[in-house]
Ligand binder design. Structure first.
Ligand code: M6P
Ligand code: ZN
Length: 190
């Protein structure tokens, strides 16, 4: 039987107590995610296989809710900020919510028809991700970007579409901020 529980979330570190899962994605896991694969590989070879982001999860079988924190470390690869892989949900009727706790970032979304949208991720901003929009979060600041997410555990991750084609826009460092640029490698979603 499922019982109520209070989960303590540290908005600065992203730590959750209790939690049921935790994983780390390093540069070596994200080789094909960044446009400059050569620099990713050279950095890893030099012993710099940095942690790019971490996910802490609270997931209970039989529950219709699934939530956790994502912590994106500050950094970039040749000007392209550290970011998540990005995905559609397998179930096209499932959206998601991202509630930013600390840091500064950008939520990059695109639909299957070609529209791109962004939502600034600042502490206190709760982003609504509608069903059937691909989403990627990007740390555009100098500190950790920490946010809480909530979704349906049946939503599922469809990574294939973004892994194959990339997203239409790149988020690049420009001065103290960021700029959006067209992704020259983008081939288009089917
Ligand atoms: C968010 C949520 C998670 C997701 C994580 C990492 O926290 O959407 O479901 O797994 O980001 O993003 P990705 O899986 O695209 O690498
Ligand atoms: Zn999602």
């Amino acid at each position: 039987m499922l019982v109520p529980e209070g989960i303590v979330i540290d908005g600065l570190s992203g730590a959750m107590a209790p939690h049921t899962g935790h994983y780390v994605k390093r540069l070596s896991d994200l080789e094909h995610v960044f446009r400059d694969e050569e620099t990713v590989n050279a950095t890893i070879t030099r012993g710099g296989d940095a942690a790019v982001y971490e996910v802490v999860e609270y997931r209970k079988a039989e529950s219709d809710l699934f939530f956790g924190t994502t912590i994106i470390h500050p950094g970039d690869v040749s000007g392209e900020f550290y970011m998540t892989r990005g995905h559609f949900h397998q179930r096209i009727d499932c959206g998601e919510v991202y509630y930013t706790q600390s840091g500064r970032g950008l939520l990059l979304l695109e639909d299957r028809a070609g529209e791109t949208r962004t939502v600034e991720m600042l502490p206190g901003t709760c982003a609504f991700i509608p069903p059937n929009w691909a989403h990627r979060s990007i740390n555009t600041g100098g500190d950790k970007l920490v946010f809480v997410w909530v979704c349906n555990p049946l939503a599922g991750h469809d990574y294939g579409t973004i892994a194959e084609h990339g997203m239409r826009k790149l988020v690049l460092r420009e001065g103290d901020g960021y700029t959006l640029a067209d992704n020259p490698a983008f081939q288009g979603h089917s």
